[in-house]
Design a protein around this ligand. Structure first.
Ligand SMILES: [Fe+2]
Ligand SMILES: [Fe+2]
Length: 254
């Protein structure tokens, strides 16, 4: 089984671009299931029902991160949707922190966790992962670890090695070149990267960010024109035991 995991998609134009491009990508890599981190999929940041619906035209599960609750209009969707999740270690609030996606012949659990370093207050993601794993009865498990610190992400990879199929880092919007299989079982990458305009600072107009850093005054974030880059990984899994047999980085810009 091949699972496509796409890094944080930034803004409505990138969301629409990705949705149109996904069917072809899925054919190229014979993808069985698609997961997209949608925490920045709406213009003005966060995720809205409109951006979520657009992604779900081509994706099966949406994960999020520190921007999950930025848009109030999304709260009802978190409560009603089985396939849109938010970090599990944000406590007992709206929505769910993991989901089990039923593909008929097999089931795949997707868990969303957020890191502790340079992030909002959250419960311990390592202990939270332990708790969730006790309640999951499929060996096919993908973890989106939405975190800033590379050390925390590496530690999570080793902590869950042998217990989940993959630990995929998100949030930094910069793809790392360290994909590997840990303990002969768990696919890992520190950060899968982002989907948005390549000629930008993490998806935002570079001149706006430079101006802010030089003047110290807040600036209105805008999205630049330009070619859109898709950052993703394809995780191949032996669905009988949940073992990752390959992890391949994708970095497309056309
Ligand atoms: Fe984030
Ligand atoms: Fe993001």
């Amino acid at each position: 089984m091949n699972i496509l995991f796409v890094g944080d998609v930034v803004g409505q134009r990138s969301t629409s671009f990705l949705t149109k491009r996904l069917p072809q990508l899925k054919r190229t890599y014979t993808i069985d299931m698609t997961i997209v981190n949608g925490e920045n999929s709406a213009d003005g940041n966060g995720i809205t029902p409109v951006s979520a619906d657009m992604l779900l035209e081509a994706a099966d599960v949406i994960t999020t991160g520190n921007h999950c609750f930025r848009r109030r209009e999304m709260s009802e969707r978190y409560e009603t949707s089985d396939v849109i999740i938010r970090p599990a270690n944000l406590g007992d609030t709206v929505g769910r922190g993991f989901t089990v996606f039923d593909m008929g012949k097999t089931r795949v659990a997707v868990i969303n966790l957020i890191g502790m370093a340079f992030m909002e207050n959250c419960d311990n993601p390592f202990r939270c992962a332990d708790e969730i794993l006790q309640n999951i009865d499929t060996p096919n498990i993908i973890v989106d670890f939405h975190a800033e610190a590379t050390s925390e992400k590496k530690a999570m990879g080793y902590y869950l090695a042998g217990r989940v199929s993959a630990v995929i880092g998100t949030h930094t919007h910069v793809q790392t070149a360290d994909e590997q299989i840990l303990a002969g079982h768990t696919g890992y990458i520190t950060d899968v990267g982002f989907t948005g305009v390549r000629d930008s600072v993490l998806g935002i107009d570079k001149d706006v960010i430079i101006k802010r850093l030089i003047t110290y005054y807040p600036q209105r974030h805008t999205y630049p024109d330009g070619d859109i880059m898709i950052n993703a990984v394809v995780v191949s899994i032996d669905e009988k035991c949940g073992k990752c047999t390959g992890i391949e980085r994708i970095n497309i810009c056309e």
